[in-house]
Design a binder for this molecule. Structure first.
Ligand SMILES: [Zn+2]
Length: 255
């Protein structure tokens, strides 16, 4: 029986530590912005974490960032927050103009501080892309903005999401694969916290999230193309470390 979990560390390629070191320096010298796309359950967050740990990027997980804002008790009466919370919980995309503004403010701050950023989950629409891209180009330079698309099938996406359990204490995510200890009755193997399933991961909500991805996110790939950007497609059904190998190679070599 296989239990996959979000990796906490990534062993650097033992065969080429020197190369890793050299490239790390290179990457650090020129701050970069990386955007990872993919349907729900593609492993965007995992890959973004790996990039962040290996290259010293800041992982701007906009999903988590907005979750914190939406569930902050001091904003609970704010009509905008209430509206967006409803979108979020039903699987709809949040209002692009609002999301975009919040993301741009944070991005600018991090970029001005000289940080490399890896985005998972944003920008999600053509509108958001049109707003964010000029900022990234200006702050990082065109050649330092890279896009990845992780591909998984709809059934994989539903399968992975509906088996996702989240720890209420440390936030670790696990894929439930039938083992009793790793179920709603069990506890987090890492910190012992109670595990729960997000509303977001109910099959009917996932289906809507996939539909939103197809109809609202995918069109932005054309927009990127028309601006002369290449999106690098990666097969997401591979093991996370293999997906990362491919991504890493692209960051190193541009191929
Ligand atoms: Zn935990």
């Amino acid at each position: 029986m296989k239990v996959s979990s979000k990796p906490r560390t990534f062993p650097l390629d033992a065969k080429s530590p020197k190369e890793d070191h050299r490239v790390f320096g290179k990457v650090r010298d020129k701050p970069k912005a990386i955007v990872i796309y993919g349907p729900p359950g593609a492993g965007k967050g995992t890959q973004a974490d790996l990039i962040a740990r290996n290259f010293g990027f800041i992982h701007f997980d906009t999903g988590k960032y907005f979750e914190k804002i939406l569930y902050n008790p001091s904003f609970s009466k704010d009509p905008i927050i209430r509206r967006e919370r409803k979108n979020f919980e039903t699987g709809k995309l949040m209002t692009p103009s609002w999301v975009s503004k919040m993301v741009r403010i944070r991005t600018r701050k991090m970029a001005m501080a000289g940080m490399s950023i890896v985005f998972s989950g944003s920008p999600r629409t053509v509108y958001e892309t049109k707003k964010l891209l000029p900022i990234l180009e200006k702050l990082y330079g065109r050649e330092n903005v890279i896009f990845f698309v992780i591909k998984v099938t709809e059934s994989d996406s539903i399968n992975r999401n509906s088996h996702r359990l989240v720890c209420s204490i440390c936030g670790s995510q696990f894929l439930y694969t039938g083992r009793k200890s790793l179920s709603l009755k069990g506890t987090c193997p890492f910190c012992g916290g109670k595990l729960f399933k997000r509303t977001l991961d109910k099959p009917e909500v996932i289906r809507l999230r996939i539909k939103e991805y197809e109809s609202r996110t995918k069109p932005l790939f054309m927009e990127l193309q028309s601006r002369g950007y290449k999106t690098f497609e990666v097969e997401g059904t591979l093991a996370p470390f293999k997906v990362f190998e491919i991504i890493k190679k692209r960051i190193y070599t541009g191929k």
